[in-house]
Design a protein around this ligand. Structure first.
Ligand SMILES: O=c1ccn([C@@H]2O[C@H](COP(=O)(O)O)[C@@H](O)[C@H]2O)c(=O)[nH]1
Length: 601
C-alpha cells in the first residue's frame, strides 16, 4: 500500500470458493492505482493487487487449477495519477503494464478524447499484445487514417494447466459519445458479422469468455448470450462486465453468468467455474458450478484469502510497482494542498439539497461565487452542470491536487448563449432531469445515453432513496471519525453495538446476498438529479427576465435536444461562445477552494 494509506480494519470475511478455472477481475479503475488514501476498506494499491494475483496463482496452480486475470476498461480519467500528467496517462500506462492481464478491453472513457484512444492504440494495445481484445471498436489510425480494429476481435486459447479451450471476446456497450476518430459498432450488429458467427461455430470449445465494458444485466449481453446459445445450447459462458460502477452478478441460464466488479479499485472481483470439459477430457458428466465473490481491495482481505501475512505476502514485483506509484504521485505533486475542507461533502449519501451535498455546495457556493465572465458585465446567468461530471466525495481535511482530479477529472470548459428567457432555462432543466428519454441523442432506444447523472444510480434497484428531500437519519449516516489536525477524515467507524461490522458494500445480486467477502452494514444512498443549476446574479439581486445560459460543454448535445423540446429558438452549436475562456470546471473548483477553505495554521 502507499505510505499514506490507512491500515485496513479487521472484519468478518467470507472465503473464496475456488474451482477448476478461477478469475480475478477489475473494471472501471479510472486511474485509482494508488488505492484509496482515506478509506481503509480500499487502501491496497496496484502493486498489492499484483502480489495478490501472483499469490492466488501459486495457490490455485498448486492444486492443478488455472487462473485468468481480466480487466474490462475505463482504466483512465478519474484520478490525479492519470489526469494530472502532461500528456495524460504517461505514468499510469507504465504502472498498469506490470500486471499480467490475460484479457483486457476498452471502456467508453478510453474513447471520449482523441488522444486517449490514440494512446490506447499506440501504447496499451502493444503493452498487452495478445491479450487486448476489441470486438466492436475501430479507430482511424493516426498515421494512415485508415479505419482499423483497435485490437484483435477475439482469440482462442487453452489454459496452461488443464488445457481448457476458451474462445474470448472483448466488447464495449453501445456507446455513442466517442470522439470521431473511433467507431463503436452496436453489439447487436457486430454479432451478425461473419467473423463472430465463425468464431461461435467452433465445436472444440469448453468455455466462451465474454469480457466487456458492458453492464452485467444488459441488452447487449443478452444478445450475445442468445447468439451463442443458438449454436451451443449447453457450453458454459462466463461474462465479465462493468460501466455502471456497481458490484453485480447476472444469471442468464444455469451455465451462463456475468460478473461486474465495481469501480475505482474498491473491488477485486473473483469468479470460479467447476465442471468444465478440457481438451483431454472433452465431455463431463456434471453441470458446471459457477461462483462469485467481491473482494474489498485491502491488505486484510488479501492476507486472509492467500493465507499469508505482511512478511510472506508481498512479491518483489508488487513492491516495485508500489514504489513506482509513490514516485509518480510525488513527481505529479499530487499531495500539494489547495485548502482544507471544513466538512465532508457527499455525492449520494445525503439528499442533494442537504448542506452536506457536494451538489448543493457547487450550486450555492462555487458556481455563484467563482463562475463569472468579466466580458458579460452585469448580466445574470444560470449555469448548468451534469451531476455525472462529479465523480467522488470530498472528505473533511486537506483538499489536494489529487482531490481536484478525483472530484472533477474531465477537461470540460464552459459555454454560454445570451439572453435566454429564464422560464425556458427552467423548462430545459425539467426536460434534462425528468424527460431523459427525450434528450436521447440516439435514434435507437439506447439505455445508457441519458447517463447525465452519476453512473450507478441510473440502474439502481432498491438501494437508492427516491425521496430527494428525505433527510438521512442518525444511524443511516455513515459513521465518521474526524481526522487528526488537518488530515482527512476516514470514512469509517466501528459500530458500538457490533464492533466487528462497519459500513461498506452490502451487495444483492442474482445469486443472493452473500457475494461480498467482507460483511458490512449498509450505507444509504439518495438519488441526485441529472443536472443541477447555480445562479450567478451579477450585480443585480433579483433574476431579470433573460439570463446567460451557461453550461458545461459535455451537455451541449443534450441541450440541443432539450432546447427544441422547450421551444427555445437557439442554435447551441453555432450561437454559443466560451464562458470564462479556457477555464475548466476543475480549475474553478480549485480556485474556489484556495480562496475559501483555509487550513488552520
Ligand atoms: O467529459 C465527460 C465525460 C463523462 N462525463 C460523465 O461521465 C459519465 C460516464 O462515466 P462512466 O464512468 O462511463 O459511467 C457520463 O455519462 C457523464 O455523466 C462527463 O460529465 N463529462
Amino acid at each position: 500500500a502507499q505510505p499514506s494509506a490507512p491500515a485496513p480494519i479487521s472484519a468478518p470475511l467470507r472465503d473464496l470458493e475456488y474451482g477448476q478455472l478461477n478469475f480475478l477481475h477489475t473494471t472501471d479503475t479510472h486511474g485509482w492505482l494508488a488505492g484509496h488514501l482515506h478509506e481503509p476498506s480500499y487502501s491496497a494499491d496496484w502493486g498489492d493487487y499484483i502480489s495478490f494475483s501472483l499469490r492466488i496463482r501459486e495457490k490455485v496452480e498448486a492444486k492443478g487449477q488455472d487462473l485468468l486475470v481480466i480487466d474490462t476498461g475505463d482504466r483512465v480519467e478519474g484520478n490525479g495519477l492519470y489526469d494530472s500528467s502532461i500528456p495524460k496517462g504517461i505514468y499510469l500506462s507504465e504502472i498498469l503494464r506490470h500486471q499480467h492481464i490475460d484479457i483486457l478491453t476498452s471502456g467508453n472513457h478510453e474513447l471520449y478524447q482523441q488522444n486517449t484512444s490514440k494512446n490506447e492504440l499506440l501504447t496499451t494495445v502493444p503493452n498487452f499484445r495478445g491479450h487486448y481484445l476489441s470486438s466492436n471498436i475501430d479507430i482511424y489510425h493516426p498515421k494512415t487514417n485508415e479505419l482499423v480494429p483497435l485490437a484483435p476481435r477475439y482469440k482462442k486459447f487453452t489454459t496452461q494447466l488443464q488445457g481448457i479451450r476458451i474462445v474470448a471476446f472483448g466488447f464495449l456497450f453501445n456507446f455513442n459519445g466517442n470522439y470521431n476518430n473511433t467507431v463503436v459498432q452496436p453489439v447487436e450488429k457486430t454479432i451478425q458479422e461473419s467473423w463472430f458467427q465463425e468464431a461461435i461455430q467452433d465445436k472444440e470449445v469448453d468455455l466462451f469468455l465474454v469480457a466487456g465494458h458492458v453492464p452485467a444485466h444488459s441488452p447487449e449481453y443478452r444478445a450475445i448470450f442468445k447468439a451463442i446459445r443458438k449454436v451451443h445450447w449447453a457450453t458454459p459462458i462466463q461474462f465479465f462486465g462493468g460501466h455502471q460502477h456497481i458490484r453485480d452478478y447476472a444469471q442468464y441460464d444455469s451455465r451462463a453468468f456475468a460478473l461486474a466488479s465495481g469501480r475505482f479499485m474498491e473491488t477485486i472481483g473473483f469468479a470460479s467455474i467447476d465442471g468444465l470439459s478440457t481438451s483431454s477430457q472433452p465431455s463431463v458428466a456434471s453441470s458446471p458450478v459457477f461462483k462469485r465473490r467481491y473482494i474489498d481491495n485491502n491488505l486484510f482481505s488479501f492476507y486472509h484469502h492467500t493465507g499469508l501475512d505482511q512478511d510472506t505476502f508481498p512479491t518483489e514485483k508488487g513492491r516495485e510497482v508500489t514504489q513506482m506509484i509513490t514516485d509518480a504521485r510525488s513527481a505529479l505533486s499530487l499531495d500539494t494542498v489547495f485548502g482544507c475542507a471544513p466538512r465532508n461533502l457527499w455525492m449520494t449519501r445525503v439528499p442533494y439539497n442537504d448542506p452536506d451535498s457536494i451538489y448543493n455546495w457547487l450550486a450555492t457556493e462555487v458556481l455563484p461565487q467563482a463562475l463569472k465572465d468579466e466580458s458579460r458585465g452585469d448580466s445574470p446567468a444560470v449555469a448548468i452542470l451534469n451531476s455525472g461530471g462529479i465523480r467522488f466525495d470530498i472528505f473533511k481535511g486537506e483538499f489536494t491536487r489529487d482531490s481536484a482530479f478525483i472530484i472533477s477529472p474531465f477537461p470540460n470548459k464552459f459555454r454560454y448563449v445570451k439572453d435566454v428567457p429564464y422560464d425556458k432555462v427552467q423548462l430545459i432543466m425539467t426536460v434534462l432531469n425528468q424527460q431523459a428519454k427525450i434528450v436521447s441523442t440516439s435514434e435507437d432506444e439506447n439505455p445508457y445515453i441519458h447517463e447525465l447523472g452519476t453512473p450507478g444510480q441510473s440502474h439502481a434497484d432498491g438501494d437508492y432513496e427516491e425521496e430527494e428531500t428525505n433527510k438521512a437519519t442518525e444511524e443511516t449516516r455513515p459513521l465518521i471519525i474526524d481526522g487528526a489536525g488537518s488530515h482527512q477524515a476516514p470514512l469509517w467507524a466501528k459500530r458500538s453495538d457490533n464492533p466487528d461490522i462497519f459500513p461498506g458494500y452490502t451487495t444483492k445480486d442474482d445469486a443472493g446476498t452473500d457475494g461480498d467477502d467482507t460483511i458490512h452494514s449498509p450505507v444509504k444512498n439518495y438519488m441526485v438529479p441529472n443536472c443541477i443549476q447555480g445562479h450567478i446574479p451579477g450585480n443585480k439581486t433579483a433574476l431579470s427576465e433573460t439570463v446567460d445560459l451557461v453550461y458545461i460543454e459535455f451537455l451541449e448535445p443534450f441541450l440541443v435536444l432539450a432546447g427544441k423540446f422547450a421551444q427555445l429558438d437557439v442554435d447551441f452549436i453555432n450561437e454559443s461562445e466560451e464562458y470564462m475562456s479556457g477555464v475548466q470546471l476543475t480549475d474553478l473548483i480549485t480556485t474556489w477552494v484556495g480562496d475559501n477553505w483555509k487550513c488552520d495554521e
